[in-house]
Design a protein around this ligand. Structure first.
Ligand code: AMP
Length: 409
């Protein structure tokens, strides 16, 4: 089965193709083709590669998402990065959908009803959900009646108990859909399954804290393979400090800025989402690599940014462990989680009292999909490569199998 995965961001279009056989492989396979287009001003960075080693990179002008998808798909079935014979070789298309709202959690075949449900909650995540809906329309136009499947980033957190999902505001907030949804669910779920596999343990027996530390950052507390708490909430702004996002701040600051500084909703949105976090505090960058380098050179604000990042991460992990009532393994994933021994070491340092200890040699190597804890430590520490696209492809495969397997089999 050829599964095309589309990840439509506000200023990017990513896509990849997986070939899946009659059963799912135990270890995640590489994609046979992947491409992305990232817009910056009036130009776009285009990069494509296939598993045969062919690649292309260019600076191009692409005006619309439709043109971008057309260009990506063209490189999938023609030219030097070709991986399949033509559009008819695609069996199913999976879409990452950031927000499923209060109704949609399970991966779903895209129908008019599912699209209108995604549209109806797009006010919760306007930049993302609209881009994803556009991606679905374009695929229908270019590939005809191929089945499309929506996989929701909020889905994995549907199992959070009401006490974790409900804000302590007025009760009618909950009835209006103002509640904690949580995000990065596709990768938190993948990491929990992969962690059980790497540890050789039954997922139902495990208490895990997964740390998704990329441009966006979130934690999940996972008990028996189910999310019981997470740090992101109604929007992906709550919780940890991130690259350009503030994470949680006292809501009183917002009313102060509105009343005393006449901030508009747009200005608030901009300051909290784009001018805060590592970038806002350091004044130099949202990229952890640059923060670490500047901090080593004695840049005071970069050092403060790093200290806040680590402080909030430690207190968030502590909270997740308290919710779980213990922890068997801590998982680091995504850009910072997979690549920064310094951040992992700083975070773990304060949890030695739980006998959660790193093996410094292994930590320094940043090995992917490996256990980097000290051999005699009680709590395991894993680095797991984020695999959202593969998780989406797996969900598509599962749904197609279920839809085509006769009842009773
Ligand atoms: P992601 O959103 O998962 O692609 O993560 C992107 C972020 O990972 C970048 O903005 C960097 O801050 C961070 N990152 C990537 N490589 C490293 C590294 N070697 N050390 C520290 N941070 C890194």
């Amino acid at each position: 089965m050829n599964v095309l995965v589309l990840n439509s961001g506000s200023s990017s279009q990513k896509s990849c193709l997986y070939e899946v056989g009659d059963s799912l492989p135990e270890n995640p396979p590489g994609s046979v083709w992947e491409g992305k287009i990232e817009w910056a001003d009036d130009k776009a960075q285009y990069s494509i590669k296939n598993s045969g080693g062919a690649s292309r990179q260019d600076l191009i002008s692409v005006g619309s998402r439709e043109e971008a998808i057309e260009r990506l798909l063209g490189s999938l079935w023609s030219g030097k990065t070709q991986a399949i014979s033509g559009p008819s070789a695609i069996d199913v298309v999976g879409h990452r959908v950031v927000h499923g709202g209060p109704q949609h959690f399970e991966p779903s075949i895209v129908t008019a009803e599912v699209k209108s449900a995604i549209e109806s909650v797009s006010v919760f995540a306007p930049l993302h959900n609209r881009a994803e809906l556009e991606g679905m329309e374009i695929v229908a136009k270019k590939l005809g009646a191929v089945p499309q499947i929506a996989v929701f980033d909020t889905g994995f957190h549907r199992t959070m108990p009401l006490s974790a999902a409900t804000y302590p505001g007025p009760y009618h907030w909950l009835e209006q859909g103002i509640r904690r949804y949580g995000f990065h669910g596709i990768n938190h779920q993948y990491c929990s399954q992969r962690a059980a596999q790497l540890l050789g343990k039954d997922p139902n027996s495990l208490k895990l804290v997964t740390c998704h530390l990329g441009n966006g950052c979130s934690l999940a507390a996972i008990f028996g393979g189910r999310s019981v708490d997470t740090t992101m909430g109604f929007t992906p702004l709550e919780g940890l400090m991130m690259g350009t996002r503030s994470g949680s701040v006292d809501p009183g600051i917002l009313t102060y800025l509105i009343r005393q500084r006449q901030f508009s909703s747009q200005q608030l949105d901009e300051v909290l989402n784009q001018k805060s976090g590592l970038l806002g505090v350091s004044g130099i960058s949202n990229d952890m690599r640059q923060i670490l380098t500047a901090s080593r050179k004695g840049h005071e604000r970069a050092k403060l940014a790093l200290d806040i990042y680590v402080h909030r991460l430690r207190s968030g992990i502590g909270a997740m462990i308290a919710v779980l009532g213990g922890v068997d393994a801590l998982v680091f994933t995504a850009g910072v989680g997979e690549n920064s021994p310094e951040v992992r070491a700083a975070v773990c340092e304060n949890f030695a009292f739980l006998d959660l200890r790193l093996d410094p040699g292994k930590n320094a190597q940043s090995p992917l999909d490996e256990d980097i804890s000290a051999p005699d430590a009680t709590v395991r520490i894993l680095v797991i490569h984020a695999q959202e696209d593969w998780m989406i492809a797996r969900e598509c495969w599962n749904l197609v199998q279920t839809a085509t397997t006769p009842r009773g089999h």
